[in-house]
Write a protein that binds this ligand. Structure first.
Ligand SMILES: CC(C)(COP(=O)(O)OP(=O)(O)OC[C@H]1O[C@@H](n2cnc3c(N)ncnc32)[C@H](O)[C@@H]1OP(=O)(O)O)[C@@H](O)C(=O)NCCC(=O)NCCS
Length: 382
């Protein structure tokens, strides 16, 4: 019998191409496709709302009308935060990044959950509902507190998409805006073993609780190679300003070997499944709000990158101007991604703990060969 120590495990830098687990939740087709539990993302984005998709991700099937009503009500009822968490957000430095505020808030919510250490399927679903509901509140209340404003009371009559706008601005948005936000939330809701979801699953696989897992995920999402790209992409577009400057800007950046935010993907090589929908939202919004300069810049960048490096745009390139046109502060771009992805993270934690095995890979040792220890006292002769 060969043991693990006899064989040399295959090594793939960055775990590229490695199958690290099984999932029934989501399938990313490298040829620009994406399915949630077997349903095509394009159809879901057009017809479903976020609550429906969150239910599907968590429970495996689409809800009936009654189930959706109950689930949406439960989510709306779970939105308010413990007053201690609001107090903690008031104590954080005013320049705290909203992703750091969110990560800290998720972590602090754990001990307030009476089922924190119950990892049964039912308890995990209950906790997931609380976490999905409270994530948006952490983002909106945290942002208002940072800007010297009081958090607004919840509006349980609004869906998560409508409530997010209301909680940030105090205004109920028009129906078209809520529909648009639902589509954006659906596009971001899950993406199989992306870095933050994998971080959540690694944490959950130790049988740590769902709040610990989502705290890991928030920390991982912040980085600009992952969720943080949608904030960085806006800074890039702000710098470029007009479409006629985009090609020169890109050539210059590539000559400097810079990483261009909103381009490239570990899995998609012939296009990101979410880009066409997000691009279309961007065009529509540009006309509605009279800011039609952003999408042509993105398109010029896309054409130049395709010609120079055959790299495709990812969803964050187009999400950046979409969020700007919806009047979100760019620092909220990644937290809004999290407000949606928390549904996917929770679904993966539930799945991981329902069929758990510790996730513990090996490393390839490249350090010094075995050598004798010399005590500091002996080596300096004293
Ligand atoms: C997403 C990302 C981390 C994937 O990394 P990866 O799978 O290791 O990248 P690849 O192996 O496909 O890279 C192939 C080549 O393209 C280059 N490349 C990839 N993305 C690039 C980008 N955004 N800008 C410039 N060059 C890029 C790599 O440097 C590499 O070049 P090399 O062969 O000369 O070393 C990477 O594309 C990236 O950093 N993108 C920008 C951040 C971003 O938008 N993140 C959001 C992802 S949804």
């Amino acid at each position: 019998m060969t043991t693990e120590t006899d064989t040399k495990p295959a090594y793939s830098p960055g775990l590229a191409g490695v199958i690290a687990g099984e999932t029934e939740i989501c399938w990313v087709d490298p040829n620009a496709g994406l399915m949630y539990r077997g349903y095509d993302i394009h159809e879901m984005a057009e017809k479903a709302n976020f609550e429906e998709v969150a239910y599907l991700l968590l429970n495996g099937e689409l809800p009936t009308t009654k189930q959706l009503e109950e689930f949406s009500k439960a989510l709306a009822a779970e939105r308010p935060l413990p007053k201690e968490v609001l107090e903690m957000m008031r104590l954080m430095p005013k320049n705290t990044h909203p992703m750091d505020m969110l990560r800290t808030g998720v972590s602090m919510l754990g001990p307030f959950d009476p089922q924190l250490n119950d990892h049964s399927h039912d308890a995990n679903i209950r906790k997931a509902i609380r976490l999905i509901a409270k994530t948006t509140t952490l983002i909106a209340d945290g942002f208002r507190i940072q800007h010297g404003q009081n958090p607004l009371p919840e509006r349980p009559d609004l869906t998560m998409a409508g409530n997010l706008f209301y909680k940030l601005s105090g205004e109920v948005p028009p129906t078209w805006k809520i529909r648009m936000m639902d589509t954006i939330f659906i596009l971001y809701a899950d993406h199989e073993f992306n870095a933050s979801t994998f971080a959540a699953r690694v944490t959950a696989a130790t049988l740590a609780d769902i709040y610990a897992a989502v705290t890991s995920a928030c920390g991982t999402l912040k980085g600009p190679l992952h969720g943080g790209a949608n904030e960085e992409a806006m800074a890039m577009l702000d710098e470029i300003k007009t479409a006629d400057r985009a090609e020169d800007w890109m050539m210059n950046a590539l000559a400097k070997k810079a990483k261009i935010m909103g381009f490239g993907h570990r899995v998609y090589k012939s296009g990101d499944s979410r880009v066409p929908i997000m691009r279309e939202i961007g065009r529509d919004l540009g006309q509605r709000v009279g800011k039609d300069q952003w999408i042509p810049i993105c398109e010029k960048l896309e054409a130049t990158m395709d010609r120079e490096k055959h790299l495709c745009a990812n969803v964050d390139l187009y999400a950046a101007p979409v969020f700007a046109m919806l009047n979100f502060d760019p620092a909220l771009n990644t937290p809004i991604f999290a407000a949606s992805r928390v549904a996917g993270w929770c679904a993966h934690v539930v799945e991981q703990q329902d069929h758990n095995r510790l996730i513990r890979p090996r490393s390839l040792y490249t350090g010094p060969a075995s050598r004798p220890y010399k005590a500091a006292a002996a080596s300096n002769g004293s």
